[in-house]
Design a protein around this ligand. Structure first.
Ligand SMILES: [Zn+2]
Length: 476
């Protein structure tokens, strides 16, 4: 029976890219719009984003930040002020050249990121050491004119938050950079059940204009990596370009030290590709818009619907519970909510009511358990916890199974072919080696992890002495 219900989704192992496309549309997360590379986030997809956003927003505020809103447009001259930054973003910016029928005296950029707007604002409002730190965050959309696009992973427009902070000292800025990286890691691991590797980007991979970029990297089911959040230490580079200075306690003028950090709707792509299976989405309970879907069985029989609605009300105290009392067949409903990745399905029919029990079916393992009514609340809370933990452990085991060590370039190539995933290998620090690896294998340096291991003494590429271990992978 199950087979025929899932016939519309391509099997993951047959064609992972097609499976992904099937799932994002059939689980009602998105629809395509008539603008190439843009997507409509549908109510179910937006509810998922809302949960992630609300949890992250709470933690951003808890760590002392304030939300603000910056304009959508950036004057060309403002973007030009920081040389590396403009070079990094120029190839993918969208320009506004006209207002109505009038040609603008100065072109405007639709924000690809808002560093320069924050910098301009900070140069106006920061004067004294008493004005520091400034800990601002904004929730917004940004536009990057990407050539190839995929829902959530790469779209012309996406949603995110961008934090921008200014500090008196380099140490304060560094502390902030790592603090926010840790907030991102916690959201991934605690809420989304996605294990991450924390580390620093190489010079080649760092953010345009940053002194150092830190990242969390996760591994998808197909063995490709996904950059899941970044936090940048700017030093005084932007402050010098935008003249953001403050008077210190001794009355001397100093440049501020800045950071920025961002987390985007891309993470929904990660969630799909880390936990999904051939039946569709699998959403960890803490992120799930609906944690329990009640499906009444033989609902036309007297008392069944009333009973089911009573259950919804009482369980609503401990979980996010919905009920599908439509006249669609139970089999259709089972399939639909498996596709949508709802963590637990609760079935209840006349027999169950008679026996004072219900059936709980967990989405992660598809296991079915009968639970006596008088234990239902406790058992349900336990089950949701168990699913959350199981999904994390499963993802971690998969990542570990797909993490290999390479000592030579040949080994690295073989690993990528035989068992795509993270490859730990030593690197001498030369850009030439990093570029050669990318050219030969299409794998990129994901990060220099904080937890370093000396897996060999020599660079995997040139054989020279090397003391940095890098995670390499093909990436989204
Ligand atoms: Zn080398």
């Amino acid at each position: 029976m199950a087979k025929e219900f899932v016939k519309d989704v391509t099997a993951m192992d047959d064609d992972f890219a097609q499976w992904y496309t099937d799932v994002v549309t059939k689980a009602d997360l998105i629809d395509y719009s008539s603008v190439r590379g843009s997507m409509i986030i549908r109510p179910y997809g937006y509810a998922l984003w809302d949960n992630i956003k609300n949890e992250l927003d709470r933690r951003i505020k808890e760590t002392g930040h304030e939300n603000v809103y910056m304009p959508l447009f950036i004057p060309e001259s403002l973007l030009q002020k920081e040389k590396d930054h403009v070079e990094g973003f120029a190839p993918e910016v969208a320009w506004v050249t006209h207002g109505g029928s009038e040609k603008l005296a100065e072109r405007l950029v639709v924000r690809p990121t808002s560093e320069v707007l924050f910098c301009e604002h900070y140069s106006n409002i920061i004067h004294s050491y008493r004005d520091l730190p400034k800990l601002y965050n904004q929730w917004a959309n940004v536009v990057r004119w990407e050539k190839t696009t995929r829902p959530f992973l790469r779209t012309l427009e996406f949603l995110w938050q961008e934090g921008h902070t200014a500090h008196a000292t380099d140490e304060d800025a560094m502390e902030e950079t790592i603090k926010m990286l840790n907030v991102y890691a916690a959201i991934c691991e605690e809420i989304l059940a996605i294990p991450v590797v924390k580390g620093q980007k190489t010079e080649k991979e760092k953010f345009a204009g940053a002194k150092a970029t830190f990242t969390i990297e996760s591994l998808m089911h197909d063995g490709k990596a996904l950059q899941s959040g970044t936090s940048h230490h700017f030093g005084t580079g932007f402050a010098e370009a935008f003249n953001i200075q403050y008077t210190d306690k001794e009355g001397k003028l100093q440049y501020v030290h800045q950071t920025s950090w961002g987390f985007t709707t891309r993470i929904i792509g990660a969630l799909i590709m880390v936990h999904g299976d051939d039946r569709g989405l699998v959403i960890p309970p803490k992120a799930a818009p609906t944690q329990v879907m009640i499906v009444p069985i033989a609902q036309h029989k007297e008392g069944v619907l009333d009973f089911a609605y009573d259950l919804k009300k009482s369980l609503g105290q401990v979980a996010r519970v919905e009920i599908d009392a439509s006249d669609k067949k139970p089999g259709w409903k089972f399939n639909e909510y498996e596709m949508k990745g709802i963590p637990v399905r609760l079935e209840v029919g006349p027999k169950d009511i008679e026996n004072k029990q219900v059936v709980l079916v967990r989405r992660d393992t598809l296991e079915k358990v009968f639970v006596p009514l008088d234990q239902l609340e406790t058992k349900l809370v336990e089950l949701l916890d168990e699913i959350q933990t199981n999904l994390y452990n499963k993802a971690l085991a998969h990542r570990e199974e797909r993490t290999t060590v390479a000592v030579t370039l040949d080994e690295l190539k073989q690993s990528l072919e035989a068992k795509p995933g993270f490859i730990k290998a030593m690197w001498c620090g030369d850009l030439a080696c990093e570029e050669k690896i990318k050219e030969d294998t299409t794998a990129t340096s994901r990060c220099m992890p904080f937890e370093q291991e000396q897996v060999s003494d020599k660079c995997v590429c040139c054989g020279k002495t090397a003391d940095k271990m890098v995670y390499w992978a093909k990436a989204y």
